[in-house]
Structure formats: structure tokens, C-alpha cells
Design a protein around this ligand. Structure first.
Ligand code: SF4
Length: 169
């Protein structure tokens, strides 16, 4: 099935477990900080953000994106190919590029970053506290690191980087 698409041959077959562990810790930290940021605006918004983020990141996108990926059932940079395999049936790699999941993924990650950042800044303007400022600094750092720095490195070694529209390589 993989023969129908042109993969990046020098890409890694399996990413190191330490890299996979770190990327999941950072994702959990991102969701936790985003939840705190939304919670500071209103506890209900915090719960809604937490439910949306965990469902999108660990279930919806894993079904809509990873089932069509070369790394389905393999250790990709996040290990989510394995996660996807544990819950969902394999899809078709030919559908990866045009799938709905690939189209909604940037919107979902954009919302996960921008909603808590915006709410936290409004909350800071309304009432300044050092705690809010610390959450903002951490959230910005984690978002930039996950969304740009570590993503660029992971995409550079990814076999899907020749066909993935979201590749940062
Ligand atoms: S490389 Fe990306 S799309 Fe492929 S299985 Fe891993 S997380 Fe999913």
C-alpha cells in the first residue's frame, strides 16, 4: 500500500522512546496550562477546553489522521501511530493528504493555542497577578516549542514529510 505514495526514504522507521516520551509530556503540559488559563477566566471554560483538547488530541485526530499514516501501528515521533492502532482500524495512506483530518488538524491546534492565550491576556488586563503572568510565559514557551522547534525536528526525520501538507521540514 505504501508503494502508491512517495515516502521520504531516509526518514526513521521508529523514533527514540525518549523523544516520544518528551513530546507526550510536553503535550500534556500544554493541555494542563491551557486548561488553567481558561479556568482563570471561568471554571466552566476550563472544563470545556480540557474536554475538547483531550478528545481532539488523543482520539479524534488520531482516528482522522493517524489511521492513514505510514506510522500507523509504528513508533512515530509522538507514538500516536501506536495509540491510533490500539483504538481504530487502519486506513489508506493514499487518503492521508486529502483527508478531513489533515484539514481540521491546523484549526484544532490553532484553537488549542490561541483560545487560552487570548483568554489569559484578557484576564491579565482585567486583574494582574504574578501567577497569571507565569502561566502565560510557560504557555507561550510550550506552544512555540511544540508548534515550531520540536515539530521542525520531528518532521525532518519523518517518512511522511514528502506528502504531509502540515510538514515543517
Ligand atoms: S506521524 Fe503524525 S500522523 Fe503519523 S501516526 Fe504519528 S502523529 Fe499520526
Amino acid at each position: 500500500m505504501e508503494n502508491h505514495v512517495k515516502l521520504y526514504n531516509p526518514g526513521v522507521e521508529a523514533y527514540p522512546k525518549t523523544e516520544i516520551f518528551l513530546s507526550n509530556i510536553l503535550m500534556i503540559l500544554w493541555i494542563a496550562l491551557g486548561t488553567i488559563a481558561c479556568w482563570l477566566m471561568h471554571p466552566l471554560i476550563g472544563w470545556l477546553y480540557f474536554a475538547f483538547a483531550t478528545k481532539m488530541v488523543f482520539l479524534v485526530l488520531r482516528k482522522m489522521v493517524c489511521t492513514n499514516c505510514y506510522y500507523y501501528a509504528k513508533w512515530c515521533s509522538t507514538g500516536w501511530g501506536k495509540l491510533s492502532c490500539a483504538f481504530f482500524k487502519k486506513g489508506k495512506i493514499e487518503n492521508f493528504k486529502t483527508s478531513t483530518g489533515i484539514k481540521i488538524a491546523p484549526v484544532a491546534y490553532g484553537l488549542l493555542a490561541l483560545v487560552p492565550l487570548t483568554l489569559l491576556m484578557i484576564s491579565l488586563i482585567q486583574q494582574y497577578t504574578t501567577f497569571k503572568l507565569a502561566v502565560l510565559a510557560l504557555l507561550l514557551s510550550v506552544s512555540v516549542y511544540c508548534g515550531a522547534i520540536s515539530r521542525k525536528k520531528a518532521c525532518a526525520d519523518c517518512k511522511m514529510n514528502t506528502i504531509c501538507p502540515g510538514s515543517a521540514a
